[in-house]
Design a protein around this ligand. Structure first.
Ligand SMILES: C[S@@+](CC[C@H](N)C(=O)[O-])C[C@H]1O[C@@H](n2cnc3c(N)ncnc32)[C@H](O)[C@@H]1O
Length: 256
């Protein structure tokens, strides 16, 4: 198994005060109370736990044992039986659950963590294989805030900037971001998140999460999904009804 890049950072994940307001959006897209849902990159269960009361069964997969462990603790704490929800450590670019689902989701830009074409092809192939007849999938990426040529010139910066801070038990957590490098040919960003926990003014703990964020533009994201043999059913520019291509996110719902 690969090293868990989120081993240290996982415990800080839920403290982020600026998650997108995407849960009502996903709730609205559950096709029926009897639906089965597959969540790719479920993380600590931020979305998973919110969907459980509104579907028959939800199955989560995440690469990070540390994120899955937090998600499992939440399921146990809430008394959720395995008949309603299960999560497992696994790679969304290669898995076979031997069953299909009515809705497949990958909230908060999970898709952008896939660095290579082979991983992207693997994931989209797995979606094909795990969609029930009439089932749909929703994928989301952020819309880059700059055109490609400007992104290439302006994205990298060595100095770190405060991204958010939040009170935590016994002190506060600060999250900084650094942008040390970018693959300008493939438009892949390599940001780093630095989590610092303070007890009073004393730095008690620090961890660094090195991420991969592959960029997609409105047209390239649509083309990628069509090129993998899917039919696009709907698309949005964010979770507040923004027009596709005009908001901060790119969100596409598609089927077979
Ligand atoms: C930004 S978090 C999103 C977590 C959750 N979906 C949410 O909305 O809060 C991205 C998650 O995707 C997972 N991930 C990235 N690549 C993955 C892969 N190849 N297979 C499974 N999970 C992956 C990470 O471990 C991480 O938990």
């Amino acid at each position: 198994m690969k090293i868990d890049i989120r081993m240290e950072a996982a415990k800080s994940y839920d403290s982020n005060p600026s998650f997108p307001n995407d849960i009502p959006f996903y709730l609205e897209r559950i096709p029926s109370p009897g639906a089965s849902i597959l969540e790719l990159g479920c993380g600590t269960g931020r979305v998973t736990l919110a969907l459980i009361p509104y579907c028959n069964y939800i199955h989560g997969i995440d690469l990070s044992p540390a994120m899955i462990a937090i998600c499992r603790q939440k399921l146990i704490r809430e008394g959720i039986p395995p008949a309603n929800a299960q999560v497992e450590q696994g790679d969304i670019t290669r898995f076979d659950l031997g069953r299909t689902f009515d809705l497949i989701i990958a909230p908060f830009r999970v898709f952008q963590n896939l660095e290579t074409d082979a991983e992207v092809d693997g994931l989209l192939g797995n979606i094909h294989q795990h969609l029930a007849p009439g089932g749909t999938c929703i994928l989301n990426v952020f819309k880059p805030f700059l055109f490609p040529e400007d992104l290439k010139k302006q994205w990298v910066r060595q100095e770190e900037k405060l991204s958010w801070e939040a009170p935590v038990e016994g002190g506060r957590l600060e999250c900084y971001d650094r942008r040390p490098k970018m693959d300008t040919e493939k438009l892949i960003l390599y940001p780093e998140l630095i989590y610092r926990r303070f007890e009073g003014e004393r730095l008690a703990e620090e961890s660094v999460l090195k991420l991969v964020m592959r960029c997609y533009y409105p047209d390239t994201f649509v083309k990628l999904i069509l090129d993998h043999g899917f039919t696009i059913l709907d698309r949005w520019g964010g979770y507040a009804g923004e027009v596709y291509g005009e908001g901060p996110e790119l969100v596409i719902q598609f089927g077979l």
